[in-house]
Design a protein around this ligand. Structure first.
Ligand code: ATP
Length: 447
């Protein structure tokens, strides 16, 4: 992985540069930073929360609003603990943990190469692996005994399965149909790391598609294609994307077939979304554990069956890291370096920045008026401090697709310049038509 940087074609030392840009510009902060931080939890600042919301909404539009056959859901993080017995998580949601007897650091045995401790360098000091459950455990109510144990959900999928009947009956969907939800998940990862790649608290965007047994293979193929297509539409470099099929040793206990969508990160090829054929495992188990029927009756054929499930499961934070890593670029323009985020305009936190060229001659007043009128329909940022070049650079780093400048000509003819982040081309647009101009530019590349 040492030469992974040049292979993936990213800027050298990208992860450090990205982490520092994210902090400097208010995308991502370490949680509880003033107390020295907390193990692998991150907070999203004013630009980060916009980017995250935009990505979340793009997924929701794609998976729920554009489809007549998919319903949305928002289920609780805390659930009856029997859910996690039925799902297999209490027994089997584990990673093999080893400890170095010398430095006492802990590692995932399946991620280690050889017998040398990556932390202190000693060899042969690892303990035998033991299975470590990744679920966060807590208690519901005032009594802390075994009967009150509750878990913070490690995936959003189970909330969908236990609501299968509710949604199916109320939305009056017929198979095949899907249920989608976005929400927090928690995993007590042994070795979190790589910034927001692997954290202990994160958000998932999951969709479970219920199909007739026998139709699962063709739906699996269709969802693989559809999901890869969406990732490409986000603007991710196609050469940095690939499928990885799980071998027999990687398959989860519930899965018949599984493919990951991987991205070529600076630290190697890694998954950020999985497409899984979970068969009738989950619904059958919930049927068994709850004693409630979770079958589907097909009125056309008279068949009764437990549906098979094709799952698409993406991490919101991890996809956001893909988006940021792929958007980061360094360029030299007329001997001057600029850093920019080539974010898809629909994902960009700020759509347009408005500047008066100078802080006099009434330009700030006109610029404020323009910014206020645009703010009604788009997230806009007003900036009058520093040289115009510096203001452009600041917006390039924030990924803002358009910068609008009010100059001497504006005072004469009520036109402004609109600068494009990527091409650096500037065109003059009348203030009266500015909103439509920007909207048309955004509509040209929908997401
Ligand atoms: P890994 O092998 O990386 O631990 P996984 O195979 O356990 O991941 P899934 O259970 O399939 O992952 O979860 C689906 C998606 O949820 C992943 O593709 C990833 O985007 C996201 N995800 C899982 N664990 C984490 C985590 N600790 N931090 C951030 N995102 C995560």
């Amino acid at each position: 992985m040492a030469n992974g940087e040049s292979e993936s074609g990213h800027a050298p030392d990208l992860m450090n540069k990205l982490t520092s840009l994210c902090k400097r510009r208010g995308f991502v902060f370490q949680s509880s930073e003033i107390y020295g931080g907390v193990g692998s939890v991150y907070d999203y600042g004013s630009l980060g929360v916009e980017l995250k919301n935009n990505l979340r909404q793009a997924w929701w539009r794609e998976m729920v609003h554009r489809r007549a056959d998919i319903e949305g859901l928002d289920s609780g993080i805390l659930m009856n603990s029997r859910v996690w017995e039925a799902s297999g998580h209490v027994e089997g949601f584990t990673d093999p943990l080893v400890e170095c007897r010398n430095c006492h650091r802990r590692f995932r045995a399946d991620e280690l190469e050889g017998v040398q401790c990556p932390s202190c360098g000693m060899s042969g000091t690892f303990t035998e692996p033991r299975q470590f459950n990744l679920m966060f455990k807590t208690f519901m109510g005032p009594v802390e005994d075994e009967g009150a144990v509750a878990y913070l959900r490690p995936e959003t999928a189970q909330g969908i399965y236990v609501n299968f009947r509710n949604v199916h009956e109320t939305a009056r969907q017929k198979i095949p149909f899907g249920i989608a939800q976005i929400g927090k998940a928690f995993r007590n990862e042994i070795t979190p790391g790589n910034f927001i790649f692997r954290t202990r608290e994160f958000e998932q965007m999951e969709m479970q598609y219920f199909v007739k047994p026998g139709k699962d293979a063709e739906w699996f193929e269709a969802w693989m294609e559809r999901r890869m297509d969406w990732v490409r539409r986000l603007g991710i470099t196609p050469e940095r994307l690939r499928f990885h099929e799980h071998g027999a040793d990687e398959l989860a206990h519930y899965a018949k077939t599984a493919f990951d969508i991987q991205y070529h990160f600076p630290f190697g090829w890694q998954e950020f979304e999985g497409i899984h054929n979970r068969t009738d495992f989950d619904l059958s188990r919930h049927q068994e554990f709850s004693g409630k029927k979770l079958e589907y009756f097909d009125p056309a054929s008279g068949d009764r069956f437990v549906p098979y499930v094709i799952e698409t499961s993406a991490g919101l934070d991890r996809t956001l890291l893909v988006v940021l890593a792929d958007a980061y670029a360094e360029e030299e323009i007329e001997g001057e370096k600029r850093v920019l985020l080539r974010l898809h305009p629909h994902l960009a936190p700020i759509k347009a920045a408005v500047f008066p060229l100078v802080k006099k001659d009434g330009m700030p007043e006109v610029a404020s008026r323009v910014a206020d009128s645009l703010r009604e329909s788009l997230p806009v940022f007003y900036d009058e401090t520093g040289s115009i070049g510096r203001r452009y650079r600041r917006q390039d780093e924030a990924g803002t697709p358009y910068c609008i400048t009010i100059d001497g000509v504006t005072l004469e003819d009520e036109t402004v310049t609109v600068r494009d982040r990527d091409t650096l081309l500037q065109e003059r647009v009348p203030i009266a038509g500015l909103r439509q101009h920007l909207q048309a530019a955004l509509d040209a590349d929908p997401l």
